[in-house]
Design a protein around this ligand. Structure first.
Ligand SMILES: *Cc1c(COP(=O)(O)O)cnc(C)c1O
Length: 380
């Protein structure tokens, strides 16, 4: 292949960058007069004799989305689920009855809820590990069936070494799944670090507009993909064709949204550091973060920033005083969100009561900063 950028490669698709593939994949064949977007196929059944038969098993709008997700993740296949937790639940269904799941101490609250609930029901045993860039969890992995990784984690932004943990898990004979919601395939493809299953809350950065709830699982294993497809078909929780269309539409702009959100997040985090009322800023893009070097070399810093003020009341008052930042839960949309995480009774007790989580969107960064600054100043 020529290194001259003016000479196009002979096989362009395989050379295209992620932001290009996010725009170009999952479209109908370019026949004259054909639409440029995959249609929303509203049909519960399909004429006999083809590859599609019944709408709980497959749908052309899903296929457009799933083939795009698989392409972006560099995996052989991807499956969509009607929420991020539905995707997580399907992966946990792969664990044999009486098996062992090794999971971080502070995963996303819904993941923790699912793990606790299934452990209490006797479905499997959960062993916790403390995530860190250099964690050695071989003792926890002894006899384990599944290792769960989440990095950067929600909301404590703890950083794990995906490749290192995957090696430890595989040496112990365990499968590895990662919740890659904060990373997105635009920044990194965890399959290349050795994981077996890449899980997303598509609701967040992938769909990106706070208008659809969805999850996905991507894998290179035909065996795991077949099992997950069976779990979805028989569990019956499927994605609506309209939601699949919305998610694919959101993915088209993944590259520009991530670039802008991450740049905004870095600026906001650096400016927060200068305020005396801010006791701590957690953001992997700051050199003060214990996982900074590893994150910058692997997953990037992401677009979620957390900071702590003097008290829970002060944090709550700040979250209620912004005009541009929306006081709401969730993350990964074009609009910036702010919330005090510990307002949720199910959040982990290790999450400080004075911690504010920011999901940094794509607005003008000075407008975002000015609004946050006035809210903080009004309660300092
Ligand atoms: C939101 C979220 C989920 C759950 O996704 P839903 O689409 O809300 O079900 C899972 N993991 C992480 C990291 C999340 O932020």
């Amino acid at each position: 292949m020529s290194n001259d950028p003016s000479v196009p490669p002979t096989s362009p698709d395989s050379e295209w960058k992620i932001s290009t593939r996010a725009v170009s994949h999952g479209r109908p064949a370019p026949d004259p007069g054909a639409p440029v977007n995959e249609s929303i196929t509203l049909s519960s059944t399909f004429h006999a004799g083809g590859t599609l038969d019944y709408g709980r098993v497959g749908n052309p709008t899903w296929t457009a989305l799933e083939s795009t997700l698989a392409d972006l993740e560099s995996t052989q296949s991807a499956l969509c689920f009607p929420s991020g937790v539905a995707a997580i639940s399907a992966v946990l269904d792969l664990v044999p009855v009486g098996g062992v799941v090794v999971a971080p101490a502070h995963p996303y609250s819904g993941t923790r809820g699912l793990l606790n609930e299934r452990q209490s029901a006797g479905r499997f045993t959960v062993r916790e590990y403390q995530p860190s860039p250099t964690a050695d969890i071989s003792a926890e992995l002894h006899g384990a069936d599944l290792l769960w990784i989440e990095t950067p984690s929600n909301p404590l932004l703890e950083i794990s070494d995906i490749a290192g943990l995957s090696q430890q898990a595989h040496a112990a004979g365990a499968l590895v799944a990662i919740d890659a919601t904060f990373i997105t395939p635009y920044i990194a493809q965890p399959i290349n670090f050795g994981v077996d299953l890449v899980v997303h809350s598509v609701t967040k950065f992938l769909a990106g507009h706070s208008d659809v709830i969805m999850g996905s699982v991507a894998t290179n294993s035909d065996e795991l993909a077949t099992k997950l497809h069976t779990i979805r078909t028989l569990g019956g929780a499927i994605v609506g064709p309209f939601e699949a269309f919305l998610a694919l539409r959101g993915i088209r702009t993944l590259g520009v949204r991530m670039d802008r959100s991450i740049a905004n997040a870095q600026t906001i985090a650096e400016r927060l550091l200068t305020l005396p009322v801010v006791e701590k800023v957690r953001y992997p893009g700051l050199s003060s973060h214990p996982g900074h070097d590893l994150a910058m070399a692997t997953t990037g810093a992401g677009a979620v920033v957390c900071f702590e003020v003097h008290s829970a009341d002060q944090a709550e008052a700040i979250a209620e005083s912004t005009r541009l930042w929306t006081h709401a839960t969730s993350l990964g949309g074009v609009e910036s969100l702010i919330e005090r995480r510990a307002r949720w009774p199910f959040e982990h007790p290790d999450v400080p009561s004075n911690l504010i989580r920011l999901s940094v969107g794509i607005e003008d960064v000075d407008d975002l900063w000015n609004d946050l600054y006035q809210a903080i100043s009004a309660h300092s």
